[in-house]
Design a protein around this ligand. Structure first.
Ligand code: EPU
Length: 326
Protein backbone atom coordinates (compact mmCIF):
# COMPACT_ATOMS: atom_id res chain seq x y z
CA UNK A 1 0.00 0.00 0.00
CA UNK A 2 1.35 3.44 -1.01
CA UNK A 3 2.05 5.84 1.84
CA UNK A 4 0.41 9.23 1.28
CA UNK A 5 3.03 11.99 1.47
CA UNK A 6 3.08 15.54 0.10
CA UNK A 7 6.68 15.19 -1.19
CA UNK A 8 5.17 12.89 -3.82
CA UNK A 9 7.63 10.11 -2.99
CA UNK A 10 6.82 6.67 -4.27
CA UNK A 11 6.98 4.68 -1.02
CA UNK A 12 5.11 1.63 0.23
CA UNK A 13 4.12 0.39 3.69
CA UNK A 14 4.08 -3.33 4.49
CA UNK A 15 0.76 -2.73 6.30
CA UNK A 16 -1.45 0.39 6.24
CA UNK A 17 -4.20 0.62 8.86
CA UNK A 18 -6.89 3.25 9.15
CA UNK A 19 -9.60 3.61 11.78
CA UNK A 20 -12.51 6.00 12.12
CA UNK A 21 -13.25 5.95 15.84
CA UNK A 22 -11.48 5.56 19.17
CA UNK A 23 -13.31 2.25 19.63
CA UNK A 24 -12.04 0.94 16.31
CA UNK A 25 -8.48 1.91 17.25
CA UNK A 26 -8.93 0.09 20.56
CA UNK A 27 -10.17 -3.00 18.70
CA UNK A 28 -7.10 -2.94 16.41
CA UNK A 29 -4.85 -2.74 19.47
CA UNK A 30 -6.70 -5.52 21.34
CA UNK A 31 -6.56 -7.78 18.27
CA UNK A 32 -2.76 -7.36 18.10
CA UNK A 33 -2.62 -5.61 14.71
CA UNK A 34 -0.22 -2.92 15.88
CA UNK A 35 3.07 -4.75 15.92
CA UNK A 36 6.55 -3.19 15.92
CA UNK A 37 7.78 -1.36 13.96
CA UNK A 38 4.85 0.99 13.56
CA UNK A 39 4.41 4.65 12.77
CA UNK A 40 1.34 6.83 13.15
CA UNK A 41 1.05 9.46 10.43
CA UNK A 42 -1.23 12.42 9.76
CA UNK A 43 -1.58 13.85 6.27
CA UNK A 44 2.03 12.99 5.42
CA UNK A 45 2.82 16.67 4.98
CA UNK A 46 5.85 16.78 7.25
CA UNK A 47 7.47 13.44 6.51
CA UNK A 48 10.41 12.42 4.36
CA UNK A 49 10.51 8.69 3.67
CA UNK A 50 14.03 7.61 2.73
CA UNK A 51 12.81 4.08 1.89
CA UNK A 52 9.73 1.85 1.91
CA UNK A 53 8.35 1.32 5.44
CA UNK A 54 8.70 -2.29 6.51
CA UNK A 55 6.13 -2.11 9.27
CA UNK A 56 2.65 -0.86 10.12
CA UNK A 57 1.58 2.65 9.15
CA UNK A 58 -1.41 3.91 11.12
CA UNK A 59 -3.67 6.74 10.07
CA UNK A 60 -6.65 8.26 11.87
CA UNK A 61 -9.86 8.97 9.99
CA UNK A 62 -11.66 10.20 13.08
CA UNK A 63 -13.91 13.01 11.87
CA UNK A 64 -16.21 15.47 13.60
CA UNK A 65 -16.26 18.98 15.03
CA UNK A 66 -18.35 19.12 18.20
CA UNK A 67 -19.06 22.15 20.41
CA UNK A 68 -18.34 21.31 24.07
CA UNK A 69 -18.98 24.64 25.78
CA UNK A 70 -19.99 28.07 24.58
CA UNK A 71 -20.66 31.50 26.08
CA UNK A 72 -20.55 35.08 24.75
CA UNK A 73 -16.76 35.16 24.87
CA UNK A 74 -15.48 31.74 23.83
CA UNK A 75 -16.31 28.39 22.34
CA UNK A 76 -14.56 25.10 23.06
CA UNK A 77 -14.70 22.52 20.29
CA UNK A 78 -13.59 18.89 20.15
CA UNK A 79 -12.21 17.91 16.77
CA UNK A 80 -11.32 14.47 15.37
CA UNK A 81 -7.62 13.90 14.64
CA UNK A 82 -8.43 12.96 11.04
CA UNK A 83 -10.15 16.24 10.17
CA UNK A 84 -8.20 18.11 7.48
CA UNK A 85 -6.63 21.09 9.26
CA UNK A 86 -7.72 23.70 6.75
CA UNK A 87 -11.30 22.36 6.72
CA UNK A 88 -11.33 23.05 10.46
CA UNK A 89 -9.98 26.59 9.92
CA UNK A 90 -12.65 27.22 7.27
CA UNK A 91 -15.33 25.94 9.69
CA UNK A 92 -14.08 28.33 12.42
CA UNK A 93 -14.12 31.28 10.02
CA UNK A 94 -17.65 30.42 8.81
CA UNK A 95 -18.87 30.30 12.42
CA UNK A 96 -17.07 33.59 13.25
CA UNK A 97 -14.79 31.92 15.78
CA UNK A 98 -11.53 33.88 16.02
CA UNK A 99 -8.03 32.49 16.47
CA UNK A 100 -7.29 29.90 13.77
CA UNK A 101 -7.45 32.13 10.67
CA UNK A 102 -3.70 32.88 10.48
CA UNK A 103 -3.14 29.12 10.20
CA UNK A 104 -5.20 28.92 7.00
CA UNK A 105 -4.05 26.53 4.27
CA UNK A 106 -1.42 24.75 6.37
CA UNK A 107 -1.44 21.22 4.99
CA UNK A 108 -2.06 18.22 7.24
CA UNK A 109 -4.63 17.08 9.77
CA UNK A 110 -5.82 18.15 13.21
CA UNK A 111 -4.05 15.33 15.12
CA UNK A 112 -0.66 16.17 13.64
CA UNK A 113 -1.21 19.90 14.21
CA UNK A 114 -1.11 19.21 17.95
CA UNK A 115 2.00 17.03 17.69
CA UNK A 116 3.96 19.47 15.54
CA UNK A 117 2.66 22.73 17.08
CA UNK A 118 2.10 24.14 13.61
CA UNK A 119 2.48 27.88 13.29
CA UNK A 120 2.32 30.74 10.83
CA UNK A 121 1.98 34.53 10.74
CA UNK A 122 2.41 35.09 14.46
CA UNK A 123 0.13 32.28 15.71
CA UNK A 124 0.97 28.78 16.93
CA UNK A 125 -1.68 26.11 17.39
CA UNK A 126 -0.70 25.80 21.09
CA UNK A 127 -2.32 29.25 21.53
CA UNK A 128 -5.68 27.65 20.65
CA UNK A 129 -5.42 24.16 22.17
CA UNK A 130 -7.05 23.42 25.52
CA UNK A 131 -6.42 19.65 25.65
CA UNK A 132 -5.29 16.66 23.59
CA UNK A 133 -7.04 13.28 23.84
CA UNK A 134 -4.95 10.17 23.23
CA UNK A 135 -4.90 6.37 23.26
CA UNK A 136 -1.58 4.56 23.69
CA UNK A 137 -0.43 1.35 22.04
CA UNK A 138 -1.69 -0.60 25.09
CA UNK A 139 -5.14 0.84 24.60
CA UNK A 140 -5.01 3.23 27.57
CA UNK A 141 -6.82 6.54 27.10
CA UNK A 142 -5.31 9.75 28.48
CA UNK A 143 -6.17 13.44 28.15
CA UNK A 144 -3.28 15.93 28.24
CA UNK A 145 -4.05 19.50 29.27
CA UNK A 146 -2.27 22.07 27.10
CA UNK A 147 0.24 22.73 29.90
CA UNK A 148 1.24 19.07 29.92
CA UNK A 149 2.04 19.05 26.20
CA UNK A 150 5.45 20.76 26.52
CA UNK A 151 4.79 23.09 23.62
CA UNK A 152 7.64 25.07 22.08
CA UNK A 153 8.53 26.21 18.55
CA UNK A 154 7.47 23.28 16.31
CA UNK A 155 7.80 20.98 19.31
CA UNK A 156 5.76 19.06 21.90
CA UNK A 157 6.16 16.03 24.16
CA UNK A 158 4.39 14.01 21.46
CA UNK A 159 7.54 14.28 19.30
CA UNK A 160 9.70 12.48 21.89
CA UNK A 161 10.74 8.95 20.91
CA UNK A 162 9.05 7.43 23.98
CA UNK A 163 5.77 9.12 22.99
CA UNK A 164 5.70 7.39 19.62
CA UNK A 165 3.28 4.90 21.19
CA UNK A 166 0.78 7.66 22.06
CA UNK A 167 -1.81 8.33 19.36
CA UNK A 168 -3.79 11.58 19.27
CA UNK A 169 -7.49 10.88 18.73
CA UNK A 170 -9.11 14.30 19.33
CA UNK A 171 -7.94 17.85 19.97
CA UNK A 172 -9.96 20.41 21.95
CA UNK A 173 -9.59 24.04 20.92
CA UNK A 174 -10.71 27.23 22.61
CA UNK A 175 -11.62 29.97 20.15
CA UNK A 176 -12.81 33.50 20.71
CA UNK A 177 -16.27 34.73 19.75
CA UNK A 178 -15.07 38.30 20.20
CA UNK A 179 -13.10 40.04 17.43
CA UNK A 180 -9.40 39.34 17.93
CA UNK A 181 -6.83 39.49 15.16
CA UNK A 182 -3.07 38.89 14.97
CA UNK A 183 -1.85 41.23 12.24
CA UNK A 184 1.73 42.10 13.04
CA UNK A 185 3.59 39.52 10.98
CA UNK A 186 5.26 40.43 7.68
CA UNK A 187 3.00 41.81 4.98
CA UNK A 188 -0.42 41.16 6.58
CA UNK A 189 -1.29 44.78 7.44
CA UNK A 190 -0.02 45.98 4.09
CA UNK A 191 -2.20 43.43 2.25
CA UNK A 192 -5.24 44.26 4.38
CA UNK A 193 -5.01 47.93 3.35
CA UNK A 194 -6.45 46.86 0.00
CA UNK A 195 -9.78 46.11 1.76
CA UNK A 196 -12.23 48.61 3.30
CA UNK A 197 -12.57 46.68 6.59
CA UNK A 198 -10.75 43.97 8.50
CA UNK A 199 -13.02 40.95 8.62
CA UNK A 200 -12.38 37.29 9.49
CA UNK A 201 -13.12 35.95 5.99
CA UNK A 202 -10.96 38.65 4.40
CA UNK A 203 -8.06 37.89 6.73
CA UNK A 204 -8.31 34.21 5.79
CA UNK A 205 -8.16 35.13 2.09
CA UNK A 206 -5.16 37.43 2.68
CA UNK A 207 -3.28 34.68 4.54
CA UNK A 208 -4.12 32.19 1.78
CA UNK A 209 -2.84 34.60 -0.85
CA UNK A 210 0.43 35.28 1.01
CA UNK A 211 1.01 31.53 1.48
CA UNK A 212 0.20 30.71 -2.13
CA UNK A 213 2.66 33.34 -3.36
CA UNK A 214 5.55 31.64 -1.52
CA UNK A 215 4.69 28.01 -0.89
CA UNK A 216 4.12 25.57 -3.74
CA UNK A 217 0.89 23.51 -3.87
CA UNK A 218 1.98 19.93 -3.03
CA UNK A 219 -0.46 18.60 -5.65
CA UNK A 220 1.52 20.46 -8.29
CA UNK A 221 5.06 20.34 -6.88
CA UNK A 222 5.89 17.87 -4.10
CA UNK A 223 7.08 19.54 -0.89
CA UNK A 224 6.66 19.49 2.89
CA UNK A 225 6.43 23.23 3.62
CA UNK A 226 9.42 24.63 5.50
CA UNK A 227 12.08 21.96 5.34
CA UNK A 228 14.25 23.46 8.10
CA UNK A 229 13.50 25.17 11.39
CA UNK A 230 14.62 28.74 11.86
CA UNK A 231 17.75 28.66 14.05
CA UNK A 232 17.83 30.49 17.38
CA UNK A 233 21.17 32.04 18.34
CA UNK A 234 22.57 33.95 21.33
CA UNK A 235 22.79 37.74 21.24
CA UNK A 236 26.58 37.51 21.01
CA UNK A 237 26.43 35.32 17.90
CA UNK A 238 23.66 37.48 16.45
CA UNK A 239 25.57 40.75 16.94
CA UNK A 240 28.70 39.36 15.33
CA UNK A 241 26.64 38.25 12.32
CA UNK A 242 24.71 41.48 12.14
CA UNK A 243 27.99 43.41 12.00
CA UNK A 244 28.88 41.43 8.90
CA UNK A 245 25.36 41.30 7.37
CA UNK A 246 23.45 44.43 8.45
CA UNK A 247 20.49 43.56 6.19
CA UNK A 248 19.92 40.15 7.91
CA UNK A 249 16.27 39.77 9.04
CA UNK A 250 15.68 38.56 12.63
CA UNK A 251 13.05 38.17 15.37
CA UNK A 252 13.94 38.78 19.02
CA UNK A 253 12.44 36.01 21.16
CA UNK A 254 13.90 37.36 24.39
CA UNK A 255 17.01 39.25 25.47
CA UNK A 256 19.40 36.43 24.63
CA UNK A 257 17.50 34.45 22.01
CA UNK A 258 17.31 35.67 18.45
CA UNK A 259 15.66 33.73 15.65
CA UNK A 260 17.17 34.07 12.19
CA UNK A 261 15.18 33.03 9.11
CA UNK A 262 16.84 29.95 7.65
CA UNK A 263 15.32 30.90 4.26
CA UNK A 264 17.47 34.03 4.23
CA UNK A 265 20.64 32.11 5.23
CA UNK A 266 20.01 29.53 2.48
CA UNK A 267 19.33 32.20 -0.12
CA UNK A 268 22.57 34.01 0.82
CA UNK A 269 24.43 30.75 0.17
CA UNK A 270 23.12 30.87 -3.40
CA UNK A 271 20.76 27.89 -3.13
CA UNK A 272 17.43 29.53 -4.04
CA UNK A 273 16.04 27.89 -7.19
CA UNK A 274 19.01 25.47 -7.44
CA UNK A 275 18.55 21.74 -8.18
CA UNK A 276 20.49 18.62 -7.33
CA UNK A 277 19.00 16.03 -9.63
CA UNK A 278 15.22 15.98 -9.18
CA UNK A 279 15.42 17.61 -5.73
CA UNK A 280 15.44 21.41 -5.69
CA UNK A 281 15.24 24.54 -3.56
CA UNK A 282 11.98 26.39 -4.28
CA UNK A 283 12.56 29.55 -6.31
CA UNK A 284 10.14 31.68 -4.24
CA UNK A 285 11.04 30.51 -0.70
CA UNK A 286 14.47 29.01 -0.03
CA UNK A 287 13.23 27.24 3.12
CA UNK A 288 11.18 24.86 0.99
CA UNK A 289 12.69 21.85 -0.78
CA UNK A 290 10.72 20.44 -3.69
CA UNK A 291 10.49 17.26 -5.71
CA UNK A 292 10.66 18.30 -9.36
CA UNK A 293 9.41 14.84 -10.32
CA UNK A 294 10.82 11.41 -9.61
CA UNK A 295 13.07 12.44 -6.71
CA UNK A 296 13.76 9.82 -4.06
CA UNK A 297 13.98 10.49 -0.34
CA UNK A 298 17.75 9.99 -0.68
CA UNK A 299 17.95 12.79 -3.31
CA UNK A 300 16.20 15.18 -0.92
CA UNK A 301 18.45 14.14 1.98
CA UNK A 302 21.54 14.75 -0.19
CA UNK A 303 20.29 18.26 -1.05
CA UNK A 304 19.47 18.94 2.60
CA UNK A 305 22.98 17.84 3.68
CA UNK A 306 24.61 20.06 1.05
CA UNK A 307 22.55 23.09 2.17
CA UNK A 308 23.31 22.49 5.85
CA UNK A 309 27.05 22.27 5.08
CA UNK A 310 26.94 25.57 3.10
CA UNK A 311 25.08 27.43 5.87
CA UNK A 312 27.50 26.10 8.49
CA UNK A 313 30.50 27.09 6.42
CA UNK A 314 29.31 30.61 5.56
CA UNK A 315 27.58 31.61 8.80
CA UNK A 316 28.84 29.12 11.41
CA UNK A 317 25.17 28.23 12.14
CA UNK A 318 23.76 24.72 12.21
CA UNK A 319 20.27 24.43 10.77
CA UNK A 320 18.09 21.42 11.49
CA UNK A 321 15.28 19.86 9.46
CA UNK A 322 11.74 20.51 10.61
CA UNK A 323 10.59 17.61 8.45
CA UNK A 324 10.80 14.16 10.09
CA UNK A 325 13.08 11.68 8.33
CA UNK A 326 11.67 8.14 8.33
N1 EPU B 1 13.57 35.05 3.39
C1 EPU B 1 14.55 35.25 2.46
N2 EPU B 1 14.68 34.36 1.44
C2 EPU B 1 13.86 33.29 1.31
C3 EPU B 1 12.86 33.07 2.26
C4 EPU B 1 12.73 33.96 3.31
O1 EPU B 1 15.32 36.21 2.53
O2 EPU B 1 14.04 32.55 0.34
C5 EPU B 1 13.36 36.03 4.47
C6 EPU B 1 12.09 36.84 4.21
O3 EPU B 1 12.33 37.95 3.41
C7 EPU B 1 11.69 37.25 5.60
C8 EPU B 1 12.16 36.09 6.45
O4 EPU B 1 13.13 35.38 5.69
O5 EPU B 1 12.39 38.40 6.01
C9 EPU B 1 11.03 35.18 6.89
O6 EPU B 1 10.39 34.61 5.75
P1 EPU B 1 8.86 34.10 5.80
O7 EPU B 1 7.98 35.14 6.35
O8 EPU B 1 8.56 33.53 4.47
O9 EPU B 1 8.86 32.97 6.92
P2 EPU B 1 9.86 31.79 7.30
O10 EPU B 1 10.55 32.16 8.57
O11 EPU B 1 10.71 31.43 6.14
C10 EPU B 1 8.12 30.62 8.86
C11 EPU B 1 7.54 29.26 9.07
C12 EPU B 1 6.47 28.97 8.02
C13 EPU B 1 5.39 30.00 8.15
C14 EPU B 1 6.02 31.40 7.94
C15 EPU B 1 5.03 32.51 8.18
C16 EPU B 1 9.26 27.88 10.07
C17 EPU B 1 10.22 26.76 9.88
N3 EPU B 1 8.58 28.25 9.00
O12 EPU B 1 8.81 30.62 7.62
O13 EPU B 1 5.91 27.68 8.34
O14 EPU B 1 4.37 29.81 7.18
O15 EPU B 1 7.09 31.59 8.89
O16 EPU B 1 4.73 32.58 9.53
O17 EPU B 1 9.14 28.41 11.18
C18 EPU B 1 6.13 25.36 7.89
O18 EPU B 1 6.43 25.21 9.08
O19 EPU B 1 6.07 24.37 7.10
C19 EPU B 1 5.86 26.69 7.39
C20 EPU B 1 5.60 26.93 6.09
Amino acid sequence: MKIPNTFGLDVEAAVFLEYDSVEELERLIAAGYITSPYLHIGGGSNLLFTDDYKGVILHSRIEGIEVLTEDDENVTVRVGAGVVWDDFVAYCVEHKWYGAENLSLIPGEVGASAVQNIGAYGVEVKDLISSVETVNSQGVRHVYSVDECGYAYRDSIFKRPEMKQVFVTHVCFRLSKQKRYTLDYGAIRQELEKYPVVELGILRQVIIRIRESKLPDPKVLGNAGSFFMNPVVSREVFEALQGQYPQMPFYELDTDKIKIPAGWLIEQCGWKGKSMGAAAVHDKQALVLVNRGGATGADIVALSDAIRASVLEKFGIEIHPEVNFI
